[in-house]
Design a protein around this ligand. Sequence first.
Ligand code: AHG
Ligand code: MN
Ligand code: MN
Length: 341
Amino acid sequence: MSHRVSLTQYLVEQQREHGHIPPQLRLLIEVVARACKRIAISVNKGALGDVLGTAEDQNENVQGEIQKKLDVIANEVLVEANEWGGHLAAMASEEMDTIHVVPNRYPQGEFLLMFDPLDGSSNIDVNVSIGTIFSVLRKVNNSRGISEEDFLQPGKQQAAAGYCVYGPQTTLVLTVGEGVVMFTLDREMGSWVLTEKDVRIPEDTKEFAINMSNMRHWGPPVRRYIDECLAGKEGPRGKDYNMRWVASMVADVHRILTRGGIFLYPWDKREPNKPGKLRLMYEANPMAYLVEQAGGMATNGTQRILDVVPGKLHERVAVMLGSKNEVQRITDYHREAAPAA
Ligand code: AHG
Ligand code: MN
Ligand code: MN
C-alpha cells in the first residue's frame, strides 16, 4: 500500500519546508477538521439523529433566515471545539449576531476564525451535499481588547481558508497560501488522508453555475454573459455550455476545483440595496482564496474579492469565481457596462 499522508503530517511538513504554519495555526486547522468530523457524524445520522428540520425555537439568524437544527448544531460544535485551545482570540459565524470572544478562563491566541457552520441549509433535509466553510485571519492589533473591527480585514490577509463538504465522500479542502490540497475522511480510521496535492482549475470551461430562476432580476452584464453561453455553438462563444446548480456553494465550488467551471451569485434587482446574497467574510473570501490558490479568479464583477475591505461583519458581496478566462470575461462585461470613473 502506498504511504498515506495524514492532515497532521501534511501540516508539520509544510511548517518544515515553508515555515508558515506556526503551532497555533496547526492546532487551529486540526481543531476545525476535528469539529467537521463531528458535524459529519450528525449529518450522516439524518433522521435517526433527530437533526433534520427547523430549530425548535424557530429562530431567525442575523441574516433574517430561519435556522435549521443543523445550522445550530454545527455552530455549537465549532464554537465549543475552538474556544479552549489557546489558538484563538475570537470567532465569528453566520449564525451569531456578534463576535464570540474567547472567554477569560481560557488563554487567548493570535488568530481569528470565521465560519459558515452549515452551508447549503436548504439541502439538509433532502439529502444533498452540504458543507462547512472557514476563514482564518491574524489579530493585527495586540494593544487592546478584541472587537468586531479586528475582523474587518480584506480577504487577501487570510492565513488559511478551507471547507469541508459532506457529500458521498467527506472531503476537507485547505489552503495555507501554498496551493490547494484535499483530504478525504477515512471513517474507519477516523483520519483525514491527503488525496489531492496540487489542485488546479482549468482556465477554460464549458460549465456555468447560476440560479437561473433569477434571470429576470439580473443586471445587463450577467444577462449578456449567460445569454452568450446559452446561444451555444451557434452563438458568439462557438461552443455548447452545460449548467449545474446545487444551491450549496461548497458543492458547486468543489465541482469547480475538481473539473473547472464558473460560479455566479451576482447582485440582482430583488434587493437592489444589497451587493449580493452571499456573505463576504465567511463565504466569498475563503472560497476566493482557494480558487486563486488553484489558479482561478474571483471577483465581484468589478473588483478582486480578496481586495474588498469589509465595512461590517455580515457584509454581502456579489460573487463570480472559477475558471480564469470565464471570470475575466464576465468581469470585463461589468467594466464595459460601468467604466471606472
Ligand atoms: P447558507 O445555507 O449558508 O445560508 O448558504 C446558502 C447559499 C449558498 O450555499 C448557495 O450557493 C446559495 O445560498 C443558494 O441560493 P439560492 O437558494 O438563492 O439558489
Ligand atoms: Mn452559506
Ligand atoms: Mn450557513
